[in-house]
Design a protein around this ligand. Structure first.
Ligand code: ZN
Length: 314
């Protein structure tokens, strides 16, 4: 059985990485009538949101034809994303450019509308956002300080100093996210910036020299002073907000004792399967779980035995 994919994963995008090497091919594709351009302004994506108020679905805006090429020419950076059903897609960074796009949609934070978009559109927008974010922060070589230039279809920046020529690659910072459980209970925490009432799984960045399993054990101990065993992988989710991938686990606690590290968390509590059944959750907003499109929610739903989790397919 094929397991459901998490939102923003890019299984439907053919990244055609071998074509990035061919500069002429990149130019040919970008100037063809088939090309679609995905504009990014700062960290925001262009989305047609006008129908939301009337119950409609927001739509990603992809530019093509004359408009697309004009915007691409005005952009600082162009990144070949790959093909979707044979159509080539490019991300174009229009940050700070005076481009007339307001009639087509508005630039919004993808996290506000991602759950409402068609899955494939969400994946393309997240990928485009992640790539342009990286470009904006790597204009200078981290080795010698000279300027860098875009090469290989926008998937590498190379130092322009002839004596250096260092190549810089897009970053993705791995973060582990884990549902800690013991017997019939699981441990849910509240981050300091969570909306009031929201409780979720624990999470944290992987450090150099750590395996994912090491990072799970360290983070759980840091946040709640609980030792865990049987760390098992469940699924992963791209999270380019701004530059992560979430790697999801279940982890078994050695005991129910815990102590919240208040520099990391506001609170944590054990919840039984019974307490987490929808009909038993408080109706006053004092406790609710993360959104259904998050891997955190999926980890919880899978532990509860609700098979599909927050499936968003095709
Ligand atoms: Zn350099």
């Amino acid at each position: 059985m094929q397991r459901p994919r998490n939102p923003y994963s890019s299984a439907e995008i053919d990244r055609a990485s071998h074509e990035r090497e061919n500069d002429e091919r990149m130019i040919e594709l970008a100037s063809s009538g088939a090309a679609r351009f995905v504009p990014i302004d700062s960290e925001k994506n262009l989305v047609k949101t006008s129908d939301i108020k009337t119950g409609g679905v927001p739509e990603a805006v992809f530019l093509h034809g004359m408009t697309g090429r004009a915007i691409a020419n005005a952009a600082d950076t162009q990144v070949f994303l790959g093909y979707v059903e044979g159509t080539p897609y490019f991300a174009v960074d229009v940050t700070g450019k005076d481009v007339p796009l307001s009639e087509l949609g508005e630039f919004v934070d993808l996290r506000q509308v991602g759950a409402l978009l068609f899955a494939r559109e969400g994946s393309i927008l997240a990928y485009a956002r992640g790539m342009t974010y990286w470009h904006r922060r790597h204009r200078y070589c981290g080795v010698c300080g000279a300027t860098t230039k875009v090469v290989r279809g926008g998937h590498v920046r190379q130092c322009t100093n002839e004596n250096c020529k260092a190549e810089h690659f897009p970053r993705t910072d791995p973060a582990v996210i884990m549902l800690v459980h013991h017997g019939d209970k699981c441990l849910l925490g509240r981050g300091k910036h969570f909306p009031r009432g929201m409780h979720s799984t624990l999470a944290g960045f992987v450090e150099p020299g750590e395996s994912f399993e090491d990072a799970v054990a360290r983070e759980v101990y840091e946040e709640v002073k609980v030792r865990v065993n049987n760390v098992t992988y469940r699924s992963s989710q791209p999270w380019p907000f701004p530059a992560s991938v979430m790697i999801g686990f279940h982890a078994e606690a050695e005991s129910l004792d815990f102590e919240v590290n208040e520099t990391e968390l506001e609170a944590a509590r054990w919840m039984s399967r019974e307490e987490l059944q929808p009909e038993n959750l408080p109706k006053d907003g004092s406790f609710f779980m993360p959104r259904r499109d998050s891997i955190a929610r999926r980890l919880i739903e899978e532990w509860l035995g609700h098979e599909a989790g927050p499936s968003i397919s095709g």
